[in-house]
Design a binder for this molecule. Structure first.
Ligand code: F6R
Length: 608
């Protein structure tokens, strides 16, 4: 959940570290710090709160001289967000500083051991054991001390370490937490995410689990756990720098909402070639597809809700049973899985800890894993049997928008592909749905453009109490995501209910103080949802209806209406969520919330 960054070269390190931390702030933002080497001495600067405080404290890095350093932005796990618990942590002799992303699971035992050895702890973090172990094992060989230390650690880590005896060197290590090396000219970098690297270099090396690297201005040398050199491929990043910046928008979230026509196009268009769908170089044989008797879709949060939208499409078009399960539940559920089960995994970051654990659990029971991931080279992509990328570009706002819609888009593409390959779809329906997918980017644009009254609605639907979302079937899937979007960025309680369930209990909560947002887009079941709208209206609720274009009938029942462009119902999950993302955004803005960095959250949830 934290972000780490490092630099060594011929320029002042601190401003580069601070700049990198700003790019990584979405990963955690309760405290931050840097450690810079100068004249064989390490200077550590740490603050509680945002990177802006660290910039102020260090005068944008000007008062921390030195050409080699490491930095960290924290999402607290062990110990409150305080200056002491902020990274980097220093060894007792002041010779080593460490930044860490991940969790050291055996830190309690290690801490006891180190205290018995005479080491003094200054923080409550799990990380501090790492720096004291390095001091303990150091006998003049920095590399050996780091490698030996990692043999004592259980859990996950991306580590950056500097040593006062080696002023132009940073050592890094990776186990189950992302770490990417940036290859420059006369300077080198590392970071948790490429967004912190692209303004300096597009040449990167992805470190694997169990690997280490020695980073100096002239070279990056990668080792395995025995200290043997490993040959690594340098990959080229093709993201442009602007895509990791706000580009004139007030918030990343708004920028990313607006980017959705392009992102959805990038996901869908290259996979439609003439009248065929081509799934990259995925080697899924028709024989294997025929053998699948069950699909489990697993993910966390919004990604799981994208799975709910995809479930309807896959079941309807492919006639394969699909079960959607939260990864945090699936991993401990003793799941009923065998070789005929396909596990589909959704993850924007590709690093979500619960999702990774669920994959491992299901693989060990024989399932094949298809992951739909946005971040190239991420852990989930690496451990899956098949991977398809969503190509949404970097998503910086903590609340996902284009990450979500591109996941749904890719599930739709996959559903149509499988339906065709299993001969479960007739030609006219296939052609019609293919056209629907091709048109999707322009429909997304239309959805963005056609509701200019959303900022005004946001003023009205900003209640003290809560908001209910109701819907059925595909509308229900969209309502799950809509409710999450609203609550996570505006801090207003929101719940989604399957509309038909209301009368089984929840309707007791409906009165004139309870706004209801009713998703009535699905034409197959629209009349049924309308009857639920009438029921809540009869109990005094204000109703905002979200429905298909030209549905004038609804205006006589609902208080307010949002119209969504018409697309085939089975593929409606993308266009339907767009105005509700905008609504959540404007409600949060109305409430003065920190939209891109909501409290208590972080973008990449690499802890259980
Ligand atoms: C909510 C949100 C989260 C993520 C979830 C999974 O807006 O972004 O619920 O969807 O943490 O993250 P990934 O997709 O990176 O695995």
């Amino acid at each position: 959940m934290c972000g780490i960054v490092g630099f060594t070269g011929n320029q002042p390190a601190a401003p580069i570290l601070l700049d990198g931390l700003k790019k990584l702030e979405y990963r955690g933002y309760d405290s931050a710090g840097i450690a810079v080497l100068c004249d064989e001495k390490i200077t550590v600067s740490k603050v509680t709160g945002r990177i802006a405080n660290l910039c102020e404290k260090t005068e944008d890095g000007k008062n921390v001289p030195g050409f080699t350093g490491i930095g960290h932005t924290r999402w607290a796990t062990h110990g409150a967000p305080t200056d002491n618990n902020a990274h980097p942590h220093l060894s007792n002799d002041g010779k080593f500083a460490v930044v860490h992303n991940g969790i050291i699971e055996n830190y309690v035992l290690l801490r006891e051991e180190l205290i018995a050895d005479g080491f003094v702890f200054e923080s409550e973090t799990d990380t501090e054991v790492v720096v004291h172990l390095i001091e303990k094992y150091y006998q003049g060989d920095f590399k050996k001390a780091v490698i030996k230390t990692t043999t004592r650690l259980h859990g996950s880590y991306a580590l950056g370490v500097v040593c006062a005896d080696e002023p132009n060197k940073v050592f890094v290590a990776r186990e189950a937490s992302p770490l990417i090396l940036g290859v420059g000219v006369g300077e080198n970098f590392f970071a948790s995410d490429v967004t912190a690297l692209v303004s300096h270099t597009r040449n990167v090396i992805y470190l694997e689990d169990g690997e280490f690297a020695e980073v100096t201005p002239e070279a990056i040398t990668v080792f395995d756990c025995l200290g043997n050199t490993v040959d690594k491929k340098v990959s080229r990043i093709n993201w442009d720098i602007q895509s990791a910046e706000k580009g004139g928008y007030e918030h990343f979230m708004l920028k990313e909402i607006m980017e959705q026509p392009r992102a959805v196009k990038a996901t869908i268009a290259p996979r439609i070639q003439g009248s065929e769908i081509k799934l990259d170089d995925l080697e899924i044989s028709d024989e294997y597809l025929k053998s699948i008797n069950k699909i489990i879709i697993t993910a966390c949060g919004s990604a799981c809700y994208a799975g709910c939208a995809g479930k309807y499409a896959i079941e309807k078009l492919c006639r394969i049973p699909v079960h959607t399960e939260l990864a945090s539940e699936l991993r401990y559920s003793d799941p009923l899985i065998d070789e005929q089960t396909l596990l589909i995994v959704l993850s924007q970051s590709g690093e979500t800890a619960d999702t990774i654990a669920a994959i491992k659990e299901c693989k060990s029971r024989g399932a094949k894993v298809l992951s739909l991931v946005n971040v190239v080279g991420s852990t989930i992509a690496k451990i899956s049997d098949y991977t398809l990328y969503t190509w949404a570009g970097p998503e910086i706002a903590v609340a996902t928008t284009k990450g979500y819609t591109t996941q749904v888009a890719l599930l739709y593409v996959f559903a149509l592909y499988v339906a065709r390959h299993l001969n479960r779809i007739d030609e006219p329906t296939y052609a019609n749905l293919l056209e629907t997918l091709e048109d999707m980017p322009s429909k997304v644009q239309e959805a963005l453009d056609s509701n200019p009254h959303i900022p005004n609605l946001a003023k009205h639907y900003t209640p003290d109490r809560s908001v209910f979302f109701i819907g059925r079937n595909t509308d229900y899937a969209a309502s799950l995501e809509a409710a999450l979007k609203l609550k996570e960025i505006s801090y207003i309680h929101a719940e989604s209910y399957a509309a038909g369930e209301l009368k089984h209990g929840t309707i007791a909560l409906i009165d004139e103080h309870q706004p209801v947002i009713a998703l009535c887009y699905n034409k197959d079941i629209y009349e049924k949802t309308m009857s639920n709208v009438v029921e809540v209206k009869a109990r005094g609720a204000d109703v905002l209806a979200v429905t298909f274009k030209h549905n004038v009938k609804i205006a006589s029942v609902a208080d307010d209406v949002i119209y969504v462009p018409n697309v085939e119902t089975v593929f409606s999950g993308i266009v339907e969520i767009i105005p509700l993302q905008l609504l959540a955004y404007h409600v949060a803005r109305e409430n003065g919330c920190d939209i891109d960095k909501p409290k208590n959250l972080a973008k990449s949830v690499t802890v259980e």
